[in-house]
Write a protein that binds this ligand. Structure first.
Ligand SMILES: *[C@@H]1O[C@H](CO)[C@@H](O)[C@H](O)[C@H]1NC(C)=O
Ligand SMILES: *[C@@H]1O[C@H](CO)[C@@H](O)[C@H](O)[C@H]1NC(C)=O
Ligand SMILES: *[C@@H]1O[C@H](CO)[C@@H](O)[C@H](O)[C@H]1NC(C)=O
Ligand SMILES: *[C@@H]1O[C@H](CO)[C@@H](O)[C@H](O)[C@H]1NC(C)=O
Ligand SMILES: *[C@@H]1O[C@H](CO)[C@@H](O)[C@H](O)[C@H]1NC(C)=O
Length: 495
């Protein structure tokens, strides 16, 4: 229905073959890892000597699911520093992309040697990366029935987390944060509320989501505004959309009281998604055809389209299949990040051996997973509950990403302010209205900061000049922002 439903590949990368995943029976069925069994001590190609321990292995989760993890201890004080879980999105993209191309300590060079990432997050926190759900990266399920959804993925992640604490019981005392990007914006708040239900782990302190998908409708509606405001949609098409798609009514958010309507907020209420009006549909179709006529890198509109990655026939086939399955027009083939070095390195026999992964396993950036997406999902209730529970939140976004654009995330946050709370203590109050933040003497981006009397803080921040994966484009700024988020409880202001 809507071209911009590229949320299907919501992560930096492209879909790629899952046929090679025969990861099953012969393995680790009899897992009895102790910490030291998972210790990685002989990784090849390292250009430096790590001053931290790291561990790789499998976490047993629901129903014979085994999720692969890689855990990097803090370089400072592992026993006291927070534990931070990082999850990539997709659904279907591997969190090892986070570890090896975004915020982890290793960077894979094209000659397959490994450099230290000076912007790694594990300087003062312990970083845990889990490949999820089963069928992603090295993760697998014994019966190979991989069909799953948001709810099961959240439960699977909780079970894997519990398995992690069984392997590393010392870390249960540490402050715990959940972080991730893109489609993980859906399953992380769901995981966090399951943690609240279970009171385990006990020290959940916050969540930080980068270019997250939070609400399917808001996200798609905001994409049109983003494209128009960035010179991609012609004024004529735009005016048609505004005219025919009922932008003068409150459709985006039924809870919104009419009193808050102003010319700008009524424009936000355009409904490009479920609008059945033939004239609106016509305008959207026009736009679909137009958007499909070129390859723009929608993950970072200032970045070139990495065409080499779409010459892969198998990849092309999978891409088409998944767009047909969703019955949606796709904007264009994905212009992926260069994934060759990472894929070659992780598929080396010696690397798999060091990571305690059976040599038969095949790793790819993103797999086409058998995932029932909920096309109307919003995590608003989950995030409201987290705020009500004294948990801090950071929603940040590279401002060059169309796929999960900052505008939709800002709308989502603005809507949270309208929440009806029985307990007045939990109402979000603006502490800092929209303003800039600086890094290294320059504007790092813009932000707003909210607090509740109950003690939660919620921050919305953009990262100027970054695309969908902010740690790829603006690694220093992203780390700076993340550590400000972690340290806010010890300071009287966020920046
Ligand atoms: C591999 O590439 C890295 C980064 O470009 C470079 O620093 C290193 O010297 C190269 N190593 C070899 C053996 O060519
Ligand atoms: C969510 O998933 C869990 C684990 O698979 C299952 O037990 C539960 O019934 C599911 N809940 C819903 C509402 O589908
Ligand atoms: C889909 O998401 C909506 C909104 O979050 C929720 O109310 C509904 O229960 C979800 N449907 C399924 C099948 O999970
Ligand atoms: C933020 O803006 C609101 C509404 O414009 C205003 O009432 C409030 O005083 C401002 N807060 C701060 C901290 O500047
Ligand atoms: C929220 O931020 C304020 C400073 O802005 C800080 O004093 C407080 O401790 C923070 N709350 C939590 C739960 O971190």
């Amino acid at each position: 229905m809507s071209l911009l439903n590229i949320a299907a590949i919501l992560s930096t990368m492209t879909a790629s073959s899952s046929s090679s995943i025969q990861q099953s029976q012969h393995l680790i069925s009899n897992m009895n890892h102790h910490n030291h069994n998972d210790l990685v001590d002989d990784l090849i190609g390292l250009n430096f000597r790590p001053n931290f321990h790291h561990y790789s292995g499998f976490l047993s989760a629901l129903n014979d699911v085994y999720l692969h993890y890689w855990f990097f201890e803090s370089q400072q004080n592992p026993l006291n520093d927070p534990l931070v879980l990082w999850l990539n999105g997709g659904p279907g993209c591997s969190s090892l992309v986070g570890a090896l191309a975004e915020n982890g300590p290793f960077r894979i060079n094209s000659n397959l040697t490994v450099d230290y990432n000076p912007h790694t997050w594990n300087t003062n926190v312990n970083m845990l990366y889990i490949e999820t759900p089963a069928q992603v990266g090295f993760s697998y399920k014994l019966d190979q029935n991989y069909q799953t959804n948001d709810n099961e993925t959240a439960h699977m992640n909780l079970a894997a987390l519990k398995s992690f604490y069984r392997k590393f019981p010392n870390f249960i005392q540490n402050d715990f944060y959940i972080t991730g990007e893109s489609y993980a914006g859906i399953f992380i708040p769901m995981l966090a509320t399951l943690i609240l239900d279970d009171h385990y782990p006990p020290n959940l302190k916050g969540f930080a989501l980068g270019n997250p998908l939070l609400d399917q409708n808001i996200n798609i509606n905001s994409q049109y505004f983003y494209l128009y405001s960035h010179g991609i949609i012609d004024e004529k098409i735009w005016l048609k959309l505004l005219q025919f798609c009922r932008c003068d009514h409150h459709h985006r958010n039924k809870k919104q009281p009419p009193s808050s309507s102003s010319s700008s907020s009524s424009v936000r209420n355009c409904n490009f998604i479920t609008n059945k009006s033939p004239l609106c549909q016509q305008a959207i179709n026009l736009l679909d055809i137009y958007m499909n006529s070129f390859d723009l890198n929608l993950y970072n509109i200032n970045s070139d389209c990495k065409q080499e990655s779409i010459h892969d026939e198998l990849l092309l086939k999978n891409w088409k299949e998944s767009s047909e399955k969703l019955n949606k027009l796709m904007i264009s083939l994905p212009c992926a990040m260069d994934e060759h070095a990472l894929t070659h390195w992780l598929n080396k026999k010696s690397v798999k051996k060091s990571l305690h992964v059976p040599s038969k396993f095949h790793w790819s950036f993103c797999n086409k997973v058998d995932y029932d997406r909920n096309e109307t999902k919003s995590v608003r209730t989950e995030i409201e509950r987290l705020i009500d529970s004294g948990i801090n939140g950071l929603l940040y976004a590279g401002d060059l990403d169309v796929v999960c654009n900052f505008l939709g995330i800002q709308w989502f946050v603005d809507d949270l302010l309208l929440k009806e709370s029985i307990d007045d203590n939990n109402k979000l109050r603006p502490m800092i209205n929209h303003t800039y933040w600086k890094y290294n003497g320059q504007i790092g981006g813009f932000y707003k900061h909210y607090t509740t009397d109950g003690g939660s803080n919620l921050t919305f921040a953009t990262i100027r000049g970054a695309g969908h994966s902010t740690a790829v484009d603006k690694p220093a700024e992203t780390k700076y922002l993340f550590y400000k988020f972690l340290n806010q409880k010890n300071s009287d202001k966020f920046f």
